[in-house]
Design a protein around this ligand. Structure first.
Ligand code: FAD
Length: 279
């Protein structure tokens, strides 16, 4: 069982708990992106096991009345075991999700995975006429070229600042430069994308900018934030009519994820403690 201190960031251990969490969020107008915790399997068997759980999950979401979708990590569904394994397992998930009417996001991992992830996205978003979304990272120098390629494809794109510590040869390192790059890429996306943009950020400055760009270009967008981070803002934005999606991880591997949230921002521990103590 997940201790109360961690349950601020993790939606439960089982798919049923994750679906219950989604239902609760939906009541407040927030949609949910479910992610089964797991990554870096270098053998096919564990990757296949997670892929099978995703298949059942997309079917369950499709049969339910909840507003939810999934997000998968390439290294969770086989990329470290081989591009053929990744292609096979992602293809299985995407095909069943498309039949069930459930949307599939692909997270972006470190720079060694970017090409394979872009290629897989291109293949499956084209095959499903846009039932797949891809995350791109503003800190990577290559992203400027990548989003030009993505502009011509169906499917949604989530822009994030980038969570991986990449070398300066390939990535911007200064926070101010990453922020400036995020703003520049976001404007490009509002100007050139037709299938929807996801602002994957907790940063009020980026969320305000997206609202301004929406006024200017009319392009649809949604805001995506992590479970347990600025949750008040998530529900406030939804109440103001902004489409909000909460990225909610679940599963047995919750400890590592919780530990990462606390390490990246000490206040997260304070927030979690307050939630437990009811203050
Ligand atoms: P930051 O630049 O970290 O902070 C800017 C401001 O946001 C802060 O000053 C503060 O006002 C506010 N803020 C940020 N965090 C908090 C907090 N904990 N509590 C209160 N206020 C806060 N990265 C990847 O590399 N690949 C992915 O596939 C990926 N998927 C993601 C999906 C979603 C839905 C989200 C939200 C993020 C994802 N990320 C991913 C992580 C992302 O790259 C960033 O590392 C992370 O979101 C931190 O950047 P930020 O834009 O939220 O804000």
């Amino acid at each position: 069982m997940i201790p109360p201190i961690a349950s601020r960031f993790v939606a439960g251990e089982s798919p049923a708990e994750a679906i219950d969490h989604a239902r609760e969020c939906n009541e407040g107008g927030v949609n949910v992106i479910l992610n089964l915790l797991g990554e870096h399997y270098d053998e096919r068997a564990p990757a296949e096991e997670d892929a099978e759980e995703y298949v059942r999950l997309v079917e369950d979401i499709g049969k339910s009345s909840i507003d939810a979708c999934i997000s998968v990590k390439p290294s969770q569904i086989g990329l470290d075991a081989g591009e053929d394994v990744f292609d096979d397992l992602l293809g299985r998930i995407v095909e069943r999700a498309d039949e069930a009417g459930t949307f599939v996001w692909i997270d972006m991992e470190d720079r060694h995975t970017t090409d394979a992830t872009l290629d897989a996205f291109e293949k499956y978003t084209t095959q499903t006429d846009g039932n797949v979304g891809l995350c791109v990272q503003a800190n990577l120098k290559r992203t400027e070229d990548d989003i030009e390629r993505l502009a011509d494809l169906p499917g949604k794109i989530r822009l994030v600042k980038g969570a991986y510590d990449e070398p300066k040869e390939v990535a911007y390192k200064k926070k101010s430069k990453v922020d400036a790059q995020y703003e520049k890429l976001l404007e490009y996306m509002f100007e050139h994308f037709e299938d929807g943009i996801a602002v994957g950020s907790h940063d009020p400055a980026m969320i305000d900018l997206a609202a301004e760009l929406h006024e200017e270009y009319g392009t649809d967008y949604e805001v995506q934030m992590l479970m347990g981070v600025r949750e008040d803002a998530q529900f406030d934005l939804a109440e103001q009519g902004v489409e909000v999606w909460q990225y909610a991880p679940y599963g047995g591997k919750w400890f590592q994820y919780f530990y990462r949230r606390v390490r990246e921002r000490k206040e997260n521990l304070t927030f979690a403690l307050r939630a437990v103590l009811g203050r």
